[in-house]
Design a protein around this ligand. Structure first.
Ligand SMILES: C[S@@+](CC[C@H](N)C(=O)[O-])C[C@H]1O[C@@H](n2cnc3c(N)ncnc32)[C@H](O)[C@@H]1O
Length: 410
């Protein structure tokens, strides 16, 4: 039951980006020092009015902020925002009793730099709606600007609204995946309940020319392509499979690549674990022989194919392997001077247990989850590694998420 409105003060910002009151209630879109009027459902507050703003409050740059679920913390001053993101990593490490490392300055990304977006679309009685979902609901906020995504993706939104109107089944919610690559926009559509027959497929194929995209994949099926979407890493062109993992922001990716290469400097042989399509493999292979391990078949094949054309590089070997079920054993790891790991959010528990017992001297972990990173860092430290430095990477601007690159040495 929703409470009567009352006035409260915010004293901290929680990990989900919600302001916290002294008695343990959380109110989205507030900052420490704010006095606000809010209603409450249990511990969840709903902001009605900012009575007096806290010192860290700024005006959000986007008009959709507060309804669109894409951004949670556009209302924080830059200093407070950075401090809060770094604090999430520090807190996760403290919880695992990991200390004595150097925290490097956070790497920030600019507005309009994210090259990937997943939009939702629906044909409603009032027309086509294209945008991001509201926080905690399926309702789609019709987006007319986005401060986060690459301008090429932003410019496509009104065209999508027009072009998709005749193609969507009424009331079904459809997903649009967009990735800006070096050769154009890669677009995937998920149309629930749609059996594609030949006329439908040929109508959809026309969207490629109409929207000027490089490739269109619908419900997992290639519908049309003008040029294969590709990216370049370490000077090597890699053809990107539809739906493959990619770092979301080129500037964040470059910072991660640079730190991975620095961390593996002078290594003769490097293992690149959870290699994806080769984001780190090719920059690393400029100086070291690299064996890349990746679980996803399409990503591993793309990496293998690109490696065949990677001239003037040290040897690259690619192995498809499930590193959760079959981590590299400590004896296998000892064939390498340096290990680069970039696991998914679940972390690399089984792999770090093996690494902790291997005689390898150096490791670089690129992580998108401070919590699982801290767990795995503890394992490595208990096995004799020292966590030397951590570089926070703010790849997801104005979201609650923070990533990092960490360097370990024995
Ligand atoms: C965070 S991504 C990193 C990819 C790449 N390093 C990059 O920067 O683009 C994690 C990668 O781990 C792969 N992966 C997920 N689970 C895996 C598993 N059990 N074994 C091996 N690879 C896995 C995913 O397919 C994905 O490519």
């Amino acid at each position: 039951m929703t409470s009567q409105p009352r006035e409260v003060e915010i004293f901290a910002l929680g990990h989900q980006g919600d302001g916290e009151t002294a008695d343990g209630h959380y109110i989205p879109y507030t900052v420490p020092g704010d006095r606000v009027r809010a209603t409450f459902d249990g511990i969840r507050g709903h902001l009605l009015e900012v009575v007096s703003p806290g010192p860290a409050r700024v005006a959000a740059p986007c008009k959709h902020f507060g309804t669109c679920g894409g951004c949670a913390v556009q209302h924080l001053s830059e200093d407070f925002y950075r401090h809060w993101k770094v604090g999430q990593i520090r807190d996760a490490l403290t919880q695992r009793n990991v200390t004595g490392y150097e925290m490097k300055p956070i790497v920030s990304v600019a507005p309009h730099s994210r090259r990937r977006a997943t939009l939702s679309a629906k044909l409603t009685r009032d027309g086509m709606v294209v945008g991001f979902q509201e926080r905690g609901s399926n309702f789609i906020v019709d987006i007319h600007e986005c401060q986060v995504i690459d301008r090429r993706l932003e410019a496509l939104i009104p065209k999508l609204r027009e072009a998709l109107a005749g193609e969507l089944p009424r009331s079904a919610q459809c997903e649009i995946g967009l990735t800006a690559t070096d050769t154009g926009i890669d677009m995937t559509l998920t149309l629930p309940g749609v059996e594609m027959d030949a006329p439908h497929r040929s109508r959809l194929a026309k969207l490629v020319a109409q929207l000027h995209v490089a490739r269109l994949v619908v419900n997992g099926e290639l519908v049309a392509q003008t040029s294969p979407p590709s990216l370049r890493w370490g000077g090597v062109h890699v053809a990107i499979p539809a739906g493959a993992f990619l770092q979301a922001v080129p500037a964040a990716e470059q910072a991660m690549q640079m730190l991975a290469v620095q961390g593996a400097a002078n290594a003769r042989k490097v293992a690149d674990l959870f290699a994806g399509c080769g984001t780190f493999t090719f920059p690393l292979a400029k100086a070291s022989a690299v064996t890349a391990f990746e679980g996803d078949a399409d990503a591993a094949d793309a990496l293998k194919e690109a490696a065949r054309h990677a001239l003037a590089m040290k040897p690259i070997v690619v192995e498809r392997r499930d590193l959760f079920r079959r981590p590299l054993l400590s004896t296998e790891l000892e064939a390498f001077d340096s290990i680069v790991l970039n696991p998914p959010r679940a972390g690399a528990k089984a792999q770090c247990e093996q690494l902790a017992h291997a005689k390898v001297k150096r490791a670089v972990m690129v992580s998108c989850s401070p919590a699982t990173f801290a767990r795995d860092a503890r394992t490595l430290i208990d096995g004799g590694f020292k966590l030397c430095e951590v570089t926070p990477i703010d790849q997801f601007l104005w979201a609650t998420h923070v990533e990092l690159v960490a360097r370990f040495e024995r």
